[in-house]
Design a protein around this ligand. Structure first.
Ligand SMILES: Cc1cc2nc3c(=O)[nH]c(=O)nc-3n(C[C@H](O)[C@H](O)[C@H](O)COP(=O)(O)O)c2cc1C
Length: 284
């Protein structure tokens, strides 16, 4: 079933019509379900309990609804992806995987807060966040096993593998073959992660370089047999340029956008950008 927010409730009217109710707010900002407007109506036969049909087909992928979880913490493992499907999400883009998870060094904590007050006083209102989470550090074998299990248990949902590799044709091909064997429905290519790992020519290092992007998209589309979306970085002067390159090279779609880079502060003793955890930073 499609998930609706707290502010909406499915209504089946006595007149046999169903709709989604949008309660009014009172002056104090409280939701009032007594007073309402009907947001839209779906005709239904009398007395029958129906839900609106939110199904969509995108690039041949039939989804029960258009709500798809972006790659990140909610796609880290089987448990959280299963939870997403159980809660009604139409699709999940899993956390980005690569062939050699042991090269990925994630640290904790991974978020920095930006506060409104001068000098970042702990009392200041939080006005921004920055994360320094890299791609998945779980063994690829484990992730693939979990993709397979999810597809077996939720055949009507869309599971998209997010992948990222080094500038190496054979590595990209191997990763694509191995992911496809699990039954995933599509690929999202991570050409956009701002913190990882440019020294290995991965993520945004490819998405910000149209020549590199063209070549890598060519490798991917020559072997992938399921739809491919290229995930764009916003950290570029003109996002339409890499988007055109990806589409011209055979990608079915582009996803926008990955993390916007920002500087959350500078440690004046070490001159290192925040967040700096265990000596590691994500700005280069
Ligand atoms: C903690 C964290 C981890 C993320 N990991 C990934 C990832 O592995 N792969 C990816 O493509 N995007 C990743 N993202 C980016 C998100 O998918 C999303 O593109 C980004 O947060 C911008 O969307 P938002 O403004 O809704 O947060 C991550 C974001 C966060 C906050």
């Amino acid at each position: 079933m499609a998930s609706l927010g707290l502010a909406q409730r499915i209504r089946i009217g006595l007149d046999g019509n169903s709709g989604v109710e949008f309660p009014m707010m009172d002056r104090a900002g409280r939701l009032n379900f007594g007073k309402k407007r009907v947001g839209f109506r779906v005709m239904a036969s009398e007395g029958q309990s129906v839900e609106p049909d939110l199904s969509v087909t995108v690039n041949g992928l039939k989804m029960p609804n258009p709500f798809v979880i972006g790659s990140g913490p909610p796609g880290t493992n089987y448990t959280v992806m299963k939870r997403a499907f159980d809660e009604g999400w139409g699709g999940v883009i899993a956390k980005t995987v690569s062939l050699e998870a042991d090269k990925v060094k994630n640290v904790t904590p991974r978020y920095a807060k930006l506060r409104a007050d001068a000098n970042g006083s702990a009392k200041g209102q939080i006005i921004g966040w920055q994360n320094i989470e890299l791609i998945s550090d779980r063994p690829l074998e484990t992730m693939l096993k979990e993709f397979k299990q999810l597809k077996e248990e939720y055949p009507d949902r869309i599971l998209i593998a997010s992948i990222m590799e080094e500038y190496n044709k054979a590595a990209w091909e191997e990763l694509i073959y191995r992911c496809e064997e699990t039954g995933i429905d599509a690929f999202e290519i991570n050409f956009s992660c701002p913190h990882g790992m440019p020294e290995r020519r991965m993520g945004a290092a490819v998405g910000q370089d149209c020549d590199l992007l063209e070549e890598v998209c060519g490798w991917i589309n020559a072997v992938a047999t399921v739809p491919v979306w290229a995930k764009m970085t916003p950290n570029i002067t003109d996002i339409t340029k890499p988007a055109r390159v990806a589409l011209n090279q055979g990608c079915e779609g582009v996803s926008a956008i990955n993390t916007i880079m920002s500087v959350m502060g500078i440690n004046l003793d070490t001159l290192r950008p925040e967040p700096c955890v265990e000596g590691l930073v994500s700005l280069h």
